[in-house]
Design a binder for this molecule. Structure first.
Ligand code: PMP
Ligand code: GLN
Length: 388
């Protein structure tokens, strides 16, 4: 159905599944394992730094590329964790969350008619922002259960119109962490076919098994990669919307040109707080990840006991289940009925696909919740078999 007034580029993007399912959780009093936000806040040091920053008067427009302390902290984070050298003045840009970074990259770099290659399943903003930029998407399927891809499919997806490859590792919704070999393959395609890569690494620290490798660390990739990340997942402050972009001065300048007319700037006191967090909280990040690993295992066991097939998740805060051992319902219908069946909310993975038959039996569950909440959720899952 056409949405009145909405332009043709945004037809089909009228509402996000995350908002829909959070509203369903609210309306039904269900436990929300749908939309990706933790219910436990990040480090106190960071909260205090935000309060301090407000009290010290950091409440007006910050500089257009972000405060110097945060840009410096981001550059030193990239050096400390990955050995990447960045000039904080020209190679780092602070954005209103990773979401604005994605939008600004696509709006800045794409001409109408360009193509953007992305792996499917893909995060919803990739499709919407590609459409807003007047570009079109070509998808390379990740194949369950291991979420591998066919290198020939990637090669075929590249055409003379390809402007960008948009990569997300660790990957929402699957929890896949792209291996170095896979990244080498993608890098090889970028270099040979002269394509720029955008990598969304917002879950860079939420890695349980594998190792996160930034694409920019591969040979000759720093000069053709835009790396996006955010404080949202690393520090569990999703509502603060502090994200960033790292790349060459020329690419950062292009992204900044679009960014300055989207939000201009955002979150002055929160920029100060995240700068303090990046400088002081490496241990908190490591502790949070090991707690999250336990939560993943706990929810995976509960889902397994409830009769789902649980797919491996090496990172992020999402688990994917195949629901077909329990039901042959469509995942969307299944998720709509979950509150009534057992007081839970989850996300139908079909929303992350162009070809919904490829996600036909998958449902995504979010496990960054307090221990009592997960306990209760697993208890409710146990009720599911009885009513299915
Ligand atoms: N990219 C991915 C893959 C995400 O899952 C999310 C959402 N949480 C974002 C980007 C957006 O991040 P932010 O909240 O920093 O805008
Ligand atoms: N990225 C989060 C998710 O995948 C949600 C953020 C949003 O609602 N846009 O659930």
């Amino acid at each position: 159905m056409r949405a009145p007034y909405l332009n043709s580029r945004l037809q089909g993007f009228t509402g996000t599944i995350f908002a829909e399912m959070s509203a369903l959780a609210e309306a039904t009093g269900s436990i929300n394992l749908g939309q990706g936000y933790p219910d436990v806040d990040g480090p106190d040091l960071i909260k205090r730094a935000a309060i301090d920053a407000i009290e010290k008067g950091h409440n007006q427009y910050p500089p257009g590329n972000g405060i110097a302390a945060l840009r410096t902290a981001i550059a030193s984070h990239q050096r400390r964790f990955y050995g990447l050298e960045l000039d904080p003045t020209t190679e780092v840009l602070v954005t209103a969350g990773a979401t604005e970074a994605i939008a600004a990259c696509l709006l800045a770099l794409c001409e109408p008619g360009d193509e953007v290659v992305m792996f499917e399943p893909f995060y919803d903003a990739y499709a919407a922002c590609t459409a807003m930029a007047g570009a079109s998407r070509r998808v390379v399927p990740l194949r369950a259960p291991d979420w591998s891809f066919d290198p020939a499919a990637l090669e075929e997806a590249i055409t003379p119109r390809t402007r960008l490859i948009l990569l997300n590792t660790p990957h929402n919704p699957t929890g896949k962490v792209f291996t170095r070999d896979e990244l080498e393959l993608i890098a090889d395609v970028c270099r040979r076919r002269d394509v720029i890569a955008i990598t969304d690494e917002v879950y860079e620290h939420l890695v349980f098994e594998s190792v996160h490798v930034p694409l920019a660390t591969l040979p000759a990739m720093a000069e053709r990669t835009i790396t996006i990340s955010s404080a949202a997942k690393t520090f569990s402050f999703t509502g603060w919307k502090i994200g960033w972009v790292c790349s060459t001065p020329e690419l950062v300048a292009a992204v900044r040109a679009a960014k300055q007319f989207l939000t201009y700037v955002n979150g002055a006191p929160f920029q100060h707080a995240i700068a303090a967090g990046l400088d002081a909280c490496d241990d908190d990040i490591a502790t949070a990840t090991s707690i999250l690993r336990e939560k993943r295992d706990f929810l995976a066991a509960g889902l397994d006991a409830a009769g789902f097939e649980v797919l491996d998740s090496q990172g992020t805060f999402f688990l994917t289940t195949d629901i077909s051992p329990l039901t042959d319902e469509d995942p969307y219908e299944f998720c709509r009925s979950l509150p009534g069946r057992c007081g839970l909310v989850a996300i139908p993975s079909t929303v992350f696909y162009d070809d919904v038959t490829r996600g036909a039996h998958h449902v995504r569950w979010m496990f960054s919740k307090g221990h009592e909440v997960l306990d209760e959720a697993v208890g409710r899952l146990a009720r599911l078999r009885a009513v299915t």
